[in-house]
Design a protein around this ligand. Structure first.
Ligand SMILES: Nc1ncnc2c1ncn2[C@@H]1O[C@H](COP(=O)(O)OP(=O)(O)OP(=O)(O)O)[C@@H](O)[C@H]1O
Length: 664
């Protein structure tokens, strides 16, 4: 418009000649500034438009993210409803006040919005496990073994002779775990075939009577069978536990039922065990089962599944896994895989029938019963067992004040010890630690004490040292896996009878072993895991009796031990026991002389060991020579003298040499 005006008023400019050039330049200035102004406005508009575009894009991507998150949440919700599955869910950050439409954790610098959290090194949000419904909502029972309410006569499903047997074993009332589990198992087996029994997992403290909780219903349910087949299989982690449980089965079957229980744990030869399991009838050309109940260990079970002709588990009604968490950890010969393959050779596994006809044709699968004081709640591990609509019985109760989410996760891994046990810890000086043990044992008013050390070597050294220190007052013995099963049994019998008062052992004996009269358990070496601690401590305070458990620590072990107790929510109940250091100082001379004796003993043992190896080598060489010549037996035959066996000759020679070494 201005430009147009300039051309139209040319004539006026000539009239006012002197100001013409000045007004022209000022006009030009105005024009130029207007142009600048317009440019600035245009640039601002473009910038605003660009920002608007950007915001639109951000909003769009945010909408997409929210949509994706909603979809994920729905997916998680659906999968949580399915049993035996775990999902990990991150805790939602708390909604900050006044956050409005702003994204959580977003930051604005100028016109830019930084999305997400840039604090990579900061505290990570807590992750909580979400358990399947059956694990999250167990049937709980009390741990009180003092005020028992259910008499043995109050369970009508049990036959009179079984009740009489219980009474003869000084059992008058059922413990809480038995009160719950025995009727549940008997009820499940009483249903028609179409109703497959639900599998059962039981987590109850040590010494709370879990063994009777499966022995009694199994014997009751099987005692009226007609044809003998293996109908109950009990798997335990180690030989000694298998023997112990087998003895309980024998107690309740022998003399009062026709049932036959056998123990297959490599204590006897393989051939003998085969004869206990099956019998071959030449007349019928058929194998017959000789056992109704088989108590075994994972490795030995696989051996028989592979090599014993006619050993069949196709009529199995019960599969019990005692100390289940330990047995499941055992990868021994992949026992679970072999067992599953044997039980379901057609790979059908445990899938429920779809039609009535199908149901009638199929035999119900064995009911799986898992027992432990530290039962794994890891659904991944339990899934391997292919459990059928499992049900959990546990004594671990969570306080009612917690939210549903905390309840679900906090029952996991929280193992309890019997209330009758007084738990303590002692801080020791590492140089004189054995003296603390000596002082505890000699001053404590205990008749039977079990001492746990972490390795076989330290078990042996500690046992020898304690023998020297306690020689006049207490009988000391050691057990470890280096001894044979029979030797171990003998020592355990001595402990029960009272001729041995202090037993030093490794963790091979921390689980399941039931010695009723143990007054105190001492962990000379700190247990590495919470589960080990729970099982060690559980060797005392069994069946409602009182007990003491002491853990010896050196300063550097204290934080880890305390954390372990805190994880188990036991930090408030396990108290420090102060040992008088002046009494320890007074014992130092006795300790020094005991240490010298220990050194001598270990040296002698080394010498004997070396001699033993040499003897064995010589024996091998000689027997090779004798086999090739064969003169000695022939000569004696001719003379009519019974030949002395080569083993006897060598034994005599070895005994002579041993006597010489010992006399030195
Ligand atoms: N109802 C009862 N009354 C009295 N004593 C009982 C009763 N039930 C079991 N016992 C005794 O309690 C002791 C411990 O039982 P058991 O060995 O079954 O415990 P557990 O729960 O299996 O322990 P762990 O987890 O250490 O193996 C046994 O000596 C057993 O005879």
């Amino acid at each position: 418009m201005d430009l147009f005006v300039i051309e139209r008023y040319n004539g006026d400019v000539s009239k006012a000649e002197p100001d013409a050039s000045a007004s022209k330049s000022s006009h030009l200035q105005r024009l130029l500034s207007k142009i600048e102004e317009k440019k600035r406005i245009a640039a601002q508009l473009a910038l605003e438009k660009e920002q608007e575009e950007k915001k639109k894009l951000e909003k769009k991507s945010l909408r997409q993210k929210v949509k994706a998150a909603k979809y994920e949440a729905k997916k998680n919700e659906r999968s949580i409803k399915k049993p035996e599955e775990t999902k990990l869910k991150e805790k939602k950050p708390k909604d900050k006040k006044g956050a409005g439409n702003k994204l959580p954790n977003s930051k604005t610098i100028g016109n830019f919005t930084i999305l997400g959290d840039d604090n990579l090194g900061g505290k990570k949000s807590e992750v909580e496990a979400q358990l399947p419904h059956w694990l999250a909502s167990p049937s709980t029972f009390s741990v009180d073994l003092q005020n028992l309410t259910v008499s043995i006569d109050d369970v009508p499903q049990l036959d009179k002779d079984l009740i009489e047997k219980l009474r003869s074993n000084k059992v008058t009332h059922f413990f809480p775990v038995q009160q719950q589990v025995i009727p549940a198992l008997l009820e499940a087996q009483g249903k028609p075939l179409q109703f497959w029994p639900r599998d059962v997992c039981v987590s109850a403290p040590t010494g709370s009577g879990k063994t009777y909780a499966f022995v009694l219903p199994i014997v009751q349910a099987l005692r009226h069978r007609f044809v003998r087949h293996v109908r109950a299989l009990i798997v335990l982690p180690v030989q000694d536990l298998a023997t112990q449980v087998f003895k309980v089965f024998q107690e309740f079957t022998k003399g009062i039922t026709d049932l036959k229980a056998v123990c297959i744990n490599a204590k006897e030869s393989f051939e003998f065990e085969q004869s206990l399991l099956v019998n071959y009838s030449e007349a019928n050309k058929k194998h017959y089962s000789c056992a109704d109940i088989v108590v075994t260990t994972p490795g030995r079970l696989v051996d028989h599944l592979k090599s014993t002709n006619g050993f069949s588990l196709h009529h199995l009604k019960y599969l019990v896994i005692d100390e289940a968490d330990r047995v499941l950890e055992s990868v021994q010969d992949d026992w679970l895989y072999h067992l599953e393959n044997h039980l379901h050779p057609d790979q059908t596994r445990r899938v429920a029938s779809l039609t009535i006809k199908d149901t009638a044709l199929r035999r119900p699968p064995p009911q799986k019963l898992l027992f432990s004081a530290t039962l794994s709640s890891d659904p991944e591990l339990l899934k391997e067992l292919n459990l059928f609509q499992p049900r959990l019985f546990t004594s671990v109760v969570v306080s009612g004040s917690s939210t549903e989410q905390t309840e679900i996760s906090s029952f996991v891994g929280k193992f309890s010890t019997p209330a009758e046990i007084t738990e303590q810890w002692v801080l020791c000086d590492p140089d004189t630690k054995p003296l603390y043990l000596y002082s505890l044992i000699s001053e404590g008013n205990w008749n039977t004490v079990i001492v746990f050390a972490n390795t076989i070597e330290s078990v042996h050294r500690l046992a020898v040292l304690m023998k020297h220190l306690l020689q006049d007052t207490k009988g000391v013995a050691e057990v470890s896996s280096t001894l044979t099963h029979i030797e171990r049994e003998k020592i355990l019998k001595k402990l029960v009878s009272g001729s041995v008062n202090v037993l030093v052992c490794s963790d091979a004996f921390s689980r399941g072993i039931d010695i009723p009269n143990v007054d105190c358990v001492i962990s000379y070496d700190v247990p590495k895991h919470l589960k080990t601690y729970i099982h060690r401590v559980g060797r005392t305070g069994r069946a409602g009796r009182k007990g003491t458990a002491v853990s010896l620590l050196v300063e550097r072990q204290k934080p880890k031990f305390m954390k372990m107790l805190k994880d188990a929510e036991k930090d408030a109940t396990v108290k420090e026991k102060i040992v008088d250091t002046s009494s320890i100082k007074a014992l130092e001379d006795v300790y020094k002389s005991a240490l010298t004796s220990l050194k001598e003993d270990i040296m002698t043992e080394q010498v004997i060991k070396v001699k033993n190896i040499r003897q064995k080598k010589q024996f091998k060489n000689k027997s090779r020579k004798v086999r090739t010549s064969g003169s000695e037996p022939l000569l004696s035959k001719r003379r009519g003298v019974k030949p002395t066996s080569k083993v006897t000759i060598l034994k005599q020679k070895y005994a002579r040499k041993l006597r010489k070494v010992l006399s030195k």
